[in-house]
Ligand binder design. Structure first.
Ligand SMILES: CC(C)(COP(=O)(O)OP(=O)(O)OC[C@H]1O[C@@H](n2cnc3c(N)ncnc32)[C@H](O)[C@@H]1OP(=O)(O)O)[C@@H](O)C(=O)NCCC(=O)NCCS
Length: 162
């Protein structure tokens, strides 16, 4: 359990650079599992703009875990994502869009605390269901989610055609 990390809401005035560094770590980690993914540096700025824009539209929030002045991890969560699949339960659901802890700070309970903060936030907004997408090969994250009470819902299959 890491008591030194402080979890608080993202502040664009002070956290933009360390949020970007966290995102690059997230993307680079996922690239170790799926090498076709674009590099973190290539997509960070556009992705983070999109993610924060979705937060504004879908009643979301970003929480950072800070040690000293820097964010060492973050979670982005949306409380009201409109369901756009006609064959799924209608209405809205909540979703964690991103979760990462920088490598030097992993396995100290920070990821679990960020996830709990995201869940607390969407509960205050009245959400009934919280979803997270995760790469099948991401065994560590899947274990974290299962231990936090999530269960597998849909498996997306892919087949290489060329
Ligand atoms: C997944 C991630 C956010 C977990 O953050 P963390 O701060 O290291 O996680 P915690 O220390 O809170 O771990 C909580 C529990 O999750 C599980 N867990 C976390 N990382 C794990 C790993 N690498 N392997 C196996 N289990 C793991 C364990 O059950 C752990 O409890 P324990 O340490 O008592 O065994 C972090 O490893 C990370 O940023 N990974 C790269 C990015 C990523 O995969 N993000 C998720 C994308 S869907």
């Amino acid at each position: 359990m890491d008591n030194a990390a402080v979890i608080r809401e993202y502040d664009a005035a002070t956290d933009a650079q360390s949020l970007r560094a966290c995102f690059v770590d997230l993307q680079e980690f996922e690239r170790t599992l799926e090498p076709d993914l674009p590099s973190g540096a290539a997509v960070a700025d556009a992705y983070l703009r999109w993610m924060l824009g979705r937060c504004a539209t879908w009643d979301g929030a970003v929480f950072v875990a800070t040690v000293g002045d820097a964010a060492v991890g973050f979670v982005s969560v949306w409380a009201r994502v409109p369901q756009d699949e006609l064959d799924e339960p209608p209405g809205e659901y909540a979703a964690v869009s991103d979760l990462v802890v920088r490598p030097a700070f992993r396995r100290r309970g920070i990821g679990r605390r960020l996830l709990a903060e995201a869940e607390r936030y969407v509960r205050t907004r009245g959400a009934a269901t919280l979803k997270i997408g995760v790469l099948t090969r991401n065994v560590g994250a899947r274990r974290l989610y299962e231990r936090a009470g999530f269960s597998e819902y849909r498996v997306q299959m892919t087949k290489r055609l060329r």
